[in-house]
Design a protein around this ligand. Structure first.
Ligand SMILES: Cc1ncc(COP(=O)(O)O)c(C=O)c1O
Length: 380
């Protein structure tokens, strides 16, 4: 026999998942409905309408993909890229690298534009690559969770469009924490996740495709390699098609996750997007000021720091794992370690969605200060 599930209490201040809102957890206990029950279709329609508001778009093709942020990434790429298509991908951290990997698996002829981890990608290096390779798609990560950089998008979007390319933004970390503004900026494809600034459980990836992106997909010469992520089939489930007014089964979506997303988006819109962005900025500023006061320096370039994810350099002589293990096991606080070239060199503190509070800023700073003091005292 196994015991009843009991988990330790944690304050989630890592790169995600962040704390799920209590109303969202409650919504997940709502009973199942059939995937084409009219009552469930209403829940789907509400979710789409709310997602359009949070993305800042009127795109018809806006819905949650089943699967986490990586499913959204894969859906974006597998629908657009055909073998041999030129693709430009910015890489200044781990997730840009993942986009390039998937784009190559789709048969894309990938050109990467690289910048040092912890810095942004300058628009002129994107312009060079785009002019040289005339890509079908230009892809950038908006909030690079591995480094804490918030990448400026506007110039890159203008460059992509001047050269007739589609522009893709990974908004996994930014959506709900900073403006994404899909239509105002002219982003063609954006995807996100539910477990960071939207304060839901992991499991869905909200995605949106512009009319232009939809046209590119419909004009493909080769079939979309993935059945599960084929947007032309998913469209028939989420919206029906103009000729077939009725929605068609594609796969059994998770009702519980869609109930959760609908509630999470209601919470976001009740707070208001502008107020939510301000809250993320306020607490990130407080965290950074407090970190500096206890001798921790930011690892991300000034002027390009993502409010929802702060990276801090680990001081000389401090062991990354010892500190994080102590925080987790004794203080019940999760923060993230570094990935890739930041491994062992930087901590990642997420203040995302429900987790972005003054209380959590104080909590993590006090706990870190205490632990750093003990280590510094022991080793002089
Ligand atoms: C910027 C970015 N893109 C993509 C992903 C992948 O999302 P997931 O882990 O939900 O599949 C993440 C996850 O942290 C991310 O931070």
């Amino acid at each position: 026999m196994y015991d009843e599930l009991i988990i330790p209490s944690r304050v989630l201040l890592g790169p995600g998942p962040s704390e799920a809102n209590a109303r969202v957890l409650k919504a997940m206990t709502t009973p199942m409905l059939g995937y084409l029950d009219t009552a469930f279709v209403r829940v789907m329609d509400d979710t789409v309408a709310l997602l359009r508001q949070v993305f800042g778009t009127e795109n018809r093709l806006t819905f949650p993909v089943s699967g986490t942020g990586t499913a959204g990434m894969e859906a974006a790429l597998v629908n657009v890229i055909e073998p041999g298509d030129a693709v430009v991908v910015g890489i200044n951290g781990y997730f840009g690298g993942r986009i390039a990997d998937i784009a190559a698996r789709c048969g894309g002829d990938v050109t990467t534009v690289e910048a040092e981890w912890g810095t942004h990608i300058p628009a002129d290096s994107i312009a060079d690559a785009v002019t040289r390779t005339r890509p079908k798609l230009v892809a950038l990560v908006h909030g690079e969770t591995s480094t804490g950089i918030l990448q400026p998008l506007d110039e890159a979007i203008a460059i992509a469009h001047e050269h007739d390319a589609l522009f893709l933004a990974d908004c996994v970390t930014s959506l709900g924490g900073q403006p994404v503004d899909v239509d105002a900026r002219g982003i063609d494809i954006a995807y996100s996740c539910t477990q960071k600034c939207l304060a839901g459980p992991p499991g869905l990836s909200p995605i949106t495709f512009s009319e232009r992106a939809g046209d590119v997909i419909r004009r493909r010469k080769t079939p979309i390699q993935s059945f599960y992520l084929d947007v032309t089939l998913l469209e028939q489930y989420w919206f029906g098609t103009p000729d077939v007014q009725q929605r068609a089964y594609h796969h059994t979506v998770s009702m519980s996750l869609i109930y959760a997303l609908r509630e999470a988006l209601r919470v976001v819109m009740e707070e208001g997007l502008a107020a939510r962005y301000r809250r993320h900025e306020l607490h990130a500023r407080a965290l950074l000021a407090g970190a500096k006061a206890i001798g921790l320096e930011p690892a991300a370039e000034e002027g390009y720091r993502a409010p929802m994810l702060t990276t801090l350099r680990i001081p000389e002589g401090i062991d990354d794992v010892t500190i994080r293990k102590g925080l987790l096991e004794e203080d019940g606080i999760e923060i993230g370690g570094g990935l890739g070239s930041f491994a062992g060199k930087a901590w990642r503190i997420g203040l995302m969605g429900e987790s972005a509070t003054e209380r959590n800023v104080r909590l993590v700073l006090n706990a870190l200060e205490k632990r750093l003091f003990v280590v510094r005292k022991a080793f002089g």
